[in-house]
Design a protein around this ligand. Structure first.
Ligand SMILES: Nc1ncnc2c1ncn2[C@@H]1O[C@H](COP(=O)(O)OP(=O)(O)O)[C@@H](O)[C@H]1O
Ligand SMILES: [Mg+2]
Length: 288
């Protein structure tokens, strides 16, 4: 009975775990049972969550009820099955999709475009190969698109705001990876560099969303790796993470702490030292 209860409770967001001492007696009374010991139940909930996450991440690159995955020696694609119809043309020729959209960025290592499909905006990011050295260096590793695809599913699973990942496309040459594309929902928010004024502390709603985001990341030992304010979007009362190429969920507290120091410093560097915003962030973000 405890195991079943743990599996059930593992579906709830983690913020609810602090309510266990209140929930359990109520549940036990309702079920006519003794309440299980809280620490044992917590351990079982954590185990059930880890299992669900591993299962989900494995599914994101395997043909199953949630994802449509196809693989040939020249190409690998994974698409959220519920959207596969709508995305068929984009997945079949992502470069044409980029060409038909509005280019947001055309840098060396990535090209990003926004396009409308069935009247709804999508984001397509192409991971370019810059020269032969870069191509060779990347060929045997999982592509950056692959990494971002997993990271976006991880964040979604944990309830950390990020635009929904919709499709992953990799050009392959047997075991070698070539160019890759990631298709996501388009987030219409403004980035924090343009949205926040350095001379002021953030408004209450933004302040709350910023603290909530970094508290959730901290709890999960997740770091972003490129915390430019341009990679944080303010939308629908939340701060959304984009550009997930270097997101890591750390195994050890020590590795997390080192990476968080770098993330924190990178975020602060967006604004002048000693500005009101800089000081507010430095005072309120989790300690380095
Ligand atoms: N899902 C998205 N929704 C809205 N805008 C996005 C999204 N992803 C990227 N962008 C826009 O495109 C820009 C470049 O994308 P990004 O993933 O940050 O590429 P890069 O790795 O080259 O920095 C972002 O700064 C942002 O303006
Ligand atoms: Mg970026």
């Amino acid at each position: 009975a405890t195991a079943n209860l743990a599996v059930l409770l593992a579906q709830l967001p983690e913020e609810w775990d602090s309510e266990l001492p209140l929930l359990l007696p109520a549940h036990a009374a309702g079920a006519g049972l003794e309440p299980p010991p809280v620490p044992a139940l917590r351990e079982q909930i954590a185990r059930a969550r880890r299992w669900r996450l591993r299962d989900l991440l494995a599914k994101t690159v395997r043909d199953c009820s949630l994802f449509s995955v196809t693989q040939t020696s020249a190409r690998f694609t994974a698409v959220a099955r519920a959207q596969a119809g709508r995305l068929a043309a984009v997945v079949a020729s992502p470069d044409e999709a980029i060409g038909s959209g509005q280019t947001l960025k055309d840098g060396g290592t990535s090209t990003v475009a926004r396009l409308l499909v069935d009247g709804r905006p999508l984001l397509v990011k192409r991971y370019n190969l810059k020269g032969l050295g870069h191509a060779l260096g990347r060929a045997l590793r999982p592509s950056r698109a692959w990494h971002s695809w997993r990271a976006a599913h991880l964040l979604q699973f944990l309830g950390i705001p990020t635009p929904a990942p919709l499709a992953l496309i990799e050009e392959r040459l047997g075991p070698l990876r070539r160019r890759a594309w990631l298709v996501s929902e388009y987030c219409p928010g403004a980035n924090l560099l343009s949205h926040l004024a350095a001379e002021h502390e953030p408004p209450a709603a933004e302040a709350c969303a910023i603290l909530q985001l970094f508290a959730a990341m901290h709890r999960q030992r997740i770091t972003h790796g490129d915390l430019k304010a341009m990679n944080l979007l303010w939308h629908a009362g939340q701060v959304w993470l984009i550009d997930l190429d270097d997101v890591v969920q750390h195994r050890s507290a020590a590795a997390h702490s080192r990476a968080w120091s770098r993330d924190r410093a990178r975020l602060l560097r967006n604004w002048p030292v000693g500005s009101a915003l800089y000081r507010w962030l430095d005072d309120h973000l989790p300690a380095a």
